[in-house]
Design a protein around this ligand. Structure first.
Ligand code: GAR
Length: 194
């Protein structure tokens, strides 16, 4: 069985969408894969509750308990590696990872970013898209490389930006699409890698 480990920092709605699709799509039988663990850098991350309810192993590695990014990433990797993952999935994981961590999971590390990359890497993507007068926003699933929000694109979803949109309204519209493209990207990748 191929294990998927999902990293979250907050509400974890993308994580929940992946778990639900894995259940609905019978990923175990179809792709030989399952969500083995959900790991958060914040003990209060809402998504941990959902994961526990689903009987998925959870762990917290609190970045504040470590003196450096390298020390945090080493502890995070140790927690992840206990599940021998075929894929490590960043789903609203709001920590910048060190090059050493990224290289350790080369080609097995995915991220979802709330913009149409390569436009608007970094934070506040929806407000920046509105301020720039963009007619469309969206989200991108990509493989993670050592450069932030750069890396081979696997899936994108496009949504319109409507007159009078706020960043929150746009974020909500984009998020519903994120929930569709992230499970799809993972299933395709697992299928392609046999
Ligand atoms: C999502 O919109 C995701 O694209 C974004 O955080 C949100 C997490 O929501 N990720 C980033 O901004 C990464 N830089 P969720 O916790 O409900 O999945």
């Amino acid at each position: 069985m191929k294990n998927i480990v999902i990293l979250i920092s907050g509400g974890g709605s993308n994580m929940a969408a992946i778990v639900r699709e894995a259940q609905r799509g019978h990923w175990g039988e179809r792709l030989g894969a399952r969500v083995a663990a959900v790991v958060s850098n914040r003990a209060g991350a809402g998504g941990l509750v959902f994961a526990r309810e689903q009987g998925i192993a959870t762990a917290v590695v609190d970045h504040k308990a470590f003196p450096s990014r390298e020390a945090f990433d080493a502890a995070l990797a140790e927690t992840i590696d206990a599940h021998a993952p075929a894929l490590v999935v960043l789903a609203g994981f709001m920590r910048i990872l060190t090059p050493g961590f990224v290289e350790r999971y080369q080609r097995r590390l995915l991220n979802i970013h709330p913009s149409l990359l390569p436009a608007f890497p970094g934070l506040h993507t929806h407000q920046r898209a509105i301020d720039a007068g963009c007619r469309f926003g969206g989200a991108t699933v990509h493989q993670v490389t050592t450069e932030l929000d750069v890396g081979p694109i696997l899936e994108q979803a496009v949504v319109p930006i409507l007159p009078g949109d706020t960043a929150d309204a746009l974020a909500a519209r984009v998020l519903t699409q994120e929930h569709l493209i992230y499970p799809r990207a993972i299933a395709r990748l697992l299928h392609a890698t046999g």
